[in-house]
Unconditional design. Structure first.
Length: 452
């Protein structure tokens, strides 16, 4: 379960999108990642506490319906489905960009379709097979990231025979530690938080775990610690080895991972190609995990009468076939955008994800506050600070959301996201409200109790 969550979160946000964040804040982006880790920790731990008590089908969406209202449960689940669709598309854009590093002749749209076929095939297998493949893919990138940290530490502090150790000098060499001002640390959070998208999978996978009460307790704690350690140290070593303006690439049209740049610049034979392969696996793993999450979320919506009933159909191996097909719309959309020649596809999709996932995370924390106020017993662990910590997390999310005032791509995301939310509200009032049956939610909770 921890590896599936890592598979979604440890992907393009770190390996490719970090270039844009570096361009905004310079070396001070390290602080942005540290702050993002703290905000993400409040979400992962609060969600883990609730899921350990209620490993329900539909995860945090069903919890929101139970503890807030059916309306907020509906909005939470549909928003998260939009998040998974966009993330899956964005990750495959990155996969295609990594492929172009080796074979520039293959257009981005063709690369997207190639990798789309791969992850759809994986998701069409049984959940057990999916878990094994995702564990394998996630393990590769977790080991690779850990190895990068070790190699980076050696290069930074000891160097090579033909490449002297730079130490920490690069962090202040070009305009100081915060060359674009301290406000840029805040603005960069709008990019950084994309890197933590995927921690929600801890809640969704609980319904298919053999021992959710024990598994969630371990997975929630280890996932956030690993992510914080990986993000802060990886970005720190990249910025120590490569000038921040170089690592930033070309803004939102980042064509090469900053991690590949490290080895390209140092001239270590073959290392850049190995690194490019590893970051491609990371992006493919994240896309694979998000397609899984989106198909399960759509299946739970259909099962509860909040989406077309045919989307609840599963195969003999319990695979939500229709959910996978409908959740693949992001793959097709990304390919069409790339084919049309629209620039900055990855940057705009990333901003739309951040816009939607912030709303989802805020609702998760609101659900947690309602959960704790009811003094529910039986959770296998508690988030330190309880409601107070959740409120701090909400303040952090509001601060990230406020970047919409200064970032054009976030404003474009709002132009898409706000109408999407309004359409969902209208559909709920016109159709879904009449279909909402509290008995469906209670049935999900009864199933969860049986699992415990």
């Amino acid at each position: 379960m921890a590896m599936i969550a890592m598979g979604s979160a440890l992907g393009t946000g770190l390996f490719l999108g970090s270039g844009e964040a570096i361009g905004i804040a310079g070396p001070a982006v390290i602080i942005s990642f540290a702050l993002g880790s703290l905000i993400a920790a409040t979400i992962a731990l609060s969600m883990g506490e609730m899921a350990s008590r209620h490993p329900v089908r539909g995860g945090f969406g069903t919890l929101a319906a139970h503890y807030l209202s059916p309306f907020w449960g509906y909005i939470t689940r549909w928003l998260y489905w939009i998040v998974t669709v966009c993330v899956t598309g964005a990750e495959l854009v990155a996969c295609a960009a990594y492929l172009a590093y080796w074979v520039p002749a293959i257009p981005i749209w063709a690369g997207i379709l190639i990798f789309a076929a791969v992850i759809i095939a994986i998701n069409l297998s049984s959940v057990g097979s999916f878990g094994i493949v995702e564990f394998f893919l996630s393990s590769i990138k977790v080991i690779a990231v850990f190895a990068f940290i070790l190699v980076g530490a050696v290069l930074v502090f000891f160097g090579l025979p033909d490449a002297p150790a730079p130490g920490l000098t690069q962090l202040t060499a070009d305009g100081g530690f915060a060359p674009n001002g301290w406000a840029a640390v805040w603005i960069a959070l709008s990019v950084v938080m994309f890197s933590f998208g995927g921690i929600e999978l801890l809640s969704i996978t609980a319904a298919e775990a053999k021992d959710p009460a024990r598994s969630i307790k371990t997975a929630a704690r280890t996932t956030i610690v690993r992510l914080a350690f990986f993000y802060v140290f990886c970005i720190g070593f990249v910025l120590c080895l490569v000038p921040w303006r170089t690592a930033a690439g070309s803004g939102e049209d980042v064509a090469t991972s900053p991690f590949v740049m490290v080895f390209d610049q140092l001239g270590i034979p073959g290392a850049a190609h190995i690194t490019n392969l590893l970051v491609l696996i990371a992006a493919l793993s994240a896309a694979n995990a998000n397609l899984y999450a989106g198909s399960r979320m759509l299946h739970s919506l259909a099962s509860d009468g909040l989406a077309p009933r045919f989307a609840a159909h599963t195969t003999a191996r319990k695979v939500p076939l229709v959910g996978i097909a409908l959740s693949s719309v992001g793959l097709i959309g990304a390919a069409l955008l790339a084919f049309s020649g629209v620039g900055g596809v990855f940057g705009y999709m990333m901003s739309l994800v951040v816009f939607a996932v912030i709303l989802v995370w805020a609702l998760i924390l609101c659900t947690y506050i309602a959960f704790r106020r009811r003094k529910i017993s039986g959770a296998t662990f508690r988030m330190p600070g309880g409601i107070l910590t959740a409120i701090v997390g909400l303040i952090g999310l509001v601060a990230v959301f406020a970047t919409i005032a200064v970032r054009p791509s976030m404003q474009v995301a709002a132009l898409v996201g706000v109408p999407a939310v309004l359409v969902a509200v209208v559909l709920y009032m016109a159709v879904a409200r009449r279909r909402t049956d509290p008995a469906d939610i209670e049935e999900a909770f009864a199933e969860a109790e049986a699992m415990r």
